[in-house]
Design a protein around this ligand. Structure first.
Ligand code: FE2
Length: 257
């Protein structure tokens, strides 16, 4: 028997009340700590792109028909001991509560978690190009969520990975494309879907600020899962060790709300 997960919008409210404070609770008998990964993300986007924003961030978002960046970006849930999780049903429908959370804060990251053996190797494996921010799915596709896995039972993936997966929002990617001269406000009234972005920015100014870094660096034998909605969030790789692109990460696509 697997404990049903209790993560949903109501649960998230408890965390966003004090977004810089870790939230401790239990799933069944397993204690966990949840954190907002980048508190006050929207303010950080406003500040980072102040030279690219003409009147307001709200207006820029309207121009590209995109929602405002999330007030806070990403939630990470770290379990004290390994736990098997059921996050979607047999029709690849993501759990409703998780969809609610993704709609409010973007990426969800689960640490010390794994899937049942029946679905552990579903999907495919991939390695994303460095700083090539892209979407896996278009908003028109039913399965618009991407879920990435590090399988703790796999001889390769049980080790920490040398490359990170990095996430940013439509609006931040658009403003960065303007900053780099790749997009112009007259011609490009949309968020990027595959562009080399941020690669020349100082890392310390972007990571944990306008970009969320999922490092896949939990110790050997610890499983990790990350999920996003491709309609609002883009992803790419960042090779922490410049010579290594890391092993291929598990990828599956899910439908939802
Ligand atoms: Fe991808």
């Amino acid at each position: 028997m697997t404990t049903p997960i209790h993560f949903n919008a109501t649960w998230l409210e408890q965390i966003t009340k004090n977004p810089a404070t870790p939230f401790k609770s239990k799933l069944g008998s397993i204690p966990y700590t949840a954190n907002i990964v980048i508190p006050h993300y929207r303010d950080k986007v406003r500040s980072y792109f102040k030279d690219q924003i003409d009147s307001s961030l709200e207006q820029e978002c309207k121009n590209i028909n995109s929602p405002m960046p999330f007030e806070h970006f990403g939630v990470s849930i770290s379990f004290e001991s390994p736990i098997e999780v059921h996050l979607y049903d047999e029709n690849s429908m993501l759990n409703k509560g998780l969809s609610e959370i993704i709609a409010k804060v973007g990426p969800i990251i689960l640490k010390n978690t794994y899937f049942s053996s029946a679905i552990r190797d579903d999907g495919h494996r991939n390695r994303f190009p460095q700083f090539q921010f892209h979407v896996d799915r278009s908003p028109m596709q039913d399965t618009r969520y991407s879920l990435y896995t590090r399988n703790p039972f796999c001889p390769e993936q049980k080790h920490p990975r040398t490359a990170s997966t990095i996430f940013t929002t439509n609006s931040a990617a658009y403003l960065q494309a303007i900053k780099q001269g790749l997009f112009t406000k007259d011609k490009d009234k949309r968020a990027p879907t595959s562009n080399l972005l941020f690669e020349k920015e100082p890392l310390e100014t972007i990571l944990g600020n306008v970009i969320l870094e999922q490092r896949w660096d939990e110790p050997e034998g610890v499983g990790e899962i990350a999920m996003i909605d491709n309609a609002t969030v883009l992803h790419a790789s960042f090779y922490r060790d410049a010579a290594q692109s890391g092993y291929r990460i598990g990828v599956r696509y899910l439908a939802g709300l």
